[in-house]
Design a protein around this ligand. Structure first.
Ligand SMILES: Cc1cc2nc3c(=O)[nH]c(=O)nc-3n(C[C@H](O)[C@H](O)[C@H](O)COP(=O)(O)OP(=O)(O)OC[C@H]3O[C@@H](n4cnc5c(N)ncnc54)[C@H](O)[C@@H]3O)c2cc1C
Length: 296
């Protein structure tokens, strides 16, 4: 029996799935294989079956990914089957496939404060940990206690936050490792106060970001002491369009897909913004969006 046949017993296993429908930018060619395990033990068994030479891409909501139109020649792992959330007093435990917005709602219902920003970030917890997601003065590393990691050989270990070298939109996971769940230490608070803070964060978001068109959130990290959006606007690139991708005229650190934009359209805008800001201000803009595969 081939490894593909063995894996198809452990969850949903498909071939040639368009990644454009699995990224918030709505861009990306096909994944050679797409696997959605039924749960943690199925994922662990599957990993030990996939040959070492076959690349693996852990995928959350695809809200921080620019995937090449060439697609991904390997196995995409979808964490949709790992969505559990539970708590015990001030400790929260959630699986990698739990939507961050759902985690925020759960916390509000339980009177647990510290992850309100998650109400405004459209990713899964695993992607959030890989990115050290944050907003409104909060970030995952503030309250994260430990993560449960699945290694490429199928082994599992628990890693404390301090071993992950977490920084602004930056986490160091062991090579090839997947986050399968995490524990957080939160503060007890009144549910209504938590919900009020979440509402206010959502309100601020919808008035400042171009949320009606496909996008990937902030394209660049903010450089120390400044804002990428301010620099791109001051370099004269706000609103500029290449193919069907545009540097948003609402928020210059967003690139929006106005139709069937290609990965190359977006990448051209990224390079133009980097070059213009470097020339004008001597500042290097580091992409926050993760750029995946085959883009020349
Ligand atoms: C409208 C909008 C607003 C946004 N606002 C914010 C914001 O305020 N703050 C912020 O920080 N981000 C923001 N983002 C970006 C994005 O939502 C975050 O980076 C989020 O954490 C990505 O989660 P995801 O599940 O979509 O990850 P994906 O985009 O699917 O993946 C991101 C990276 O994580 C890796 N990954 C995913 N799951 C796992 C796993 N289980 N184990 C190991 N690696 C994994 C992927 O391989 C990839 O390298 C925004 C995006 C959008 C579209």
């Amino acid at each position: 029996m081939s490894w593909q046949q063995s894996i198809s017993r452990l969850g949903r296993f498909d071939e040639k799935i368009s990644l454009a429908s699995h990224t918030t930018l709505a861009i990306g060619g096909p994944a050679r294989w797409y696997f959605r395990p039924g749960g943690e033990s199925e994922l662990s068994e599957a990993l030990s079956l996939i040959p070492d030479s076959t690349p693996i891409l852990p995928l959350g909501r695809g809200s921080n990914l620019l995937v090449s139109d060439q697609g991904f020649d390997g196995v995409v792992i979808d964490f949709g089957g790992l969505g559990g959330i539970s708590s015990d007093q001030s400790e929260l435990r959630a699986e990698a496939g739990a939507r961050m917005a759902k985690v925020a709602q759960y916390c509000a219902a339980q009177g647990l404060a510290g992850l309100e920003f998650m109400a405004t970030v459209p990713g899964d917890l695993g992607g959030g940990i890989a990115m050290n997601a944050g907003a409104f003065g909060q970030q995952i590393s503030d309250t994260l206690r430990s993560v449960r990691i699945l290694h490429r050989n199928g082994g599992i270990s628990e890693i404390n936050r301090d071993q992950l070298q977490m920084d602004y939109r930056h986490t160091v996971l062991p090579t090839g490792a997947l986050v399968i769940s995490a524990r957080f230490e939160l503060q007890n608070d009144n549910s209504e106060s938590i919900r009020d803070r979440m509402r206010e964060m959502r309100r601020q978001r919808s008035s400042t970001q171009p949320l009606s068109l496909p996008n990937c959130g902030s394209v660049f990290k903010n450089p120390p002491g400044d804002y990428a959006a301010r620099l791109i606007e001051a370099a004269g690139l706000k609103g500029i369009k290449i193919g069907n991708a545009r540097i948003s005229s609402t928020h210059a650190n967003f690139i929006v897909n106005e139709g069937k934009a290609s990965s190359e359209d977006v990448l051209t805008l990224i390079r133009m913004a980097q070059q213009a800001v470097e020339e004008k201000f001597g500042v290097h803009l580091e992409p926050e969006v993760r750029i995946l595969g085959g883009i020349s």
